[in-house]
Design a protein around this ligand. Sequence first.
Ligand code: ATP
Length: 202
Amino acid sequence: MSGIGLFGGTFDPVHNGHLHIARAFADELKLDTVVFLPAGDPYHKAQSTQTPAAHRLAMTELAAADDARFAVSDCDMVREGATYTFDTVQIFRQQFPQTPLWWLLGSDSLMKLHTWKKWQTLVRQIHIAVAMRQGDNLSRAPRELHAWLGEGLQNGSVKILQAPLYDVSSTQIRELIRQGGNSDGLLPPQVARYIRKHGLYR
Ligand code: ATP
């Protein structure tokens, strides 16, 4: 199998867990490329505690330099309004009509898939690759997803990552830095340097 992996996220900041699953998916699915897609600034900026898009993009680009298969696209950042995976996938589908597309996500995101814009159309256009995160269990997936998930696991359009979990989250890292702790072991070194240089998450 070969194809393109699309990896959407807030990446606030991008961490070793993200790189680990991107690499593992690329290996297991024999992907030519994994495109990291940092989400745009949230619609209601006043309510947001999220780091500005420019910083998240810069950190993701630094991290992606680690593997020749990794690329970064700002297509979710330059689009007006809310970021919908459905719209992102249309862009790649048009650009690569014949290439298998895989959407890479953690199980926490999978559990909310039925709330995504046009999710039933979306899952017919792409394959889904899932990294199980701590405490999640597919048997507890929402009822709306049961039929699709069962069929997808059988016909191979849904794959579960076999590599062990690298258990870290951006929330954990932001909290650690805010408390004055050292999160260097959880981040690519170039990202840790960027965070220090720009005083992020203090
Ligand atoms: P936050 O803690 O801010 O919610 P996060 O660490 O979950 O952030 P995101 O940028 O929201 O990171 O994640 C992008 C995608 O990567 C999501 O599909 C998420 O489930 C997945 N992901 C993030 N960290 C891991 C990890 N350690 N293992 C597996 N999947 C992960």
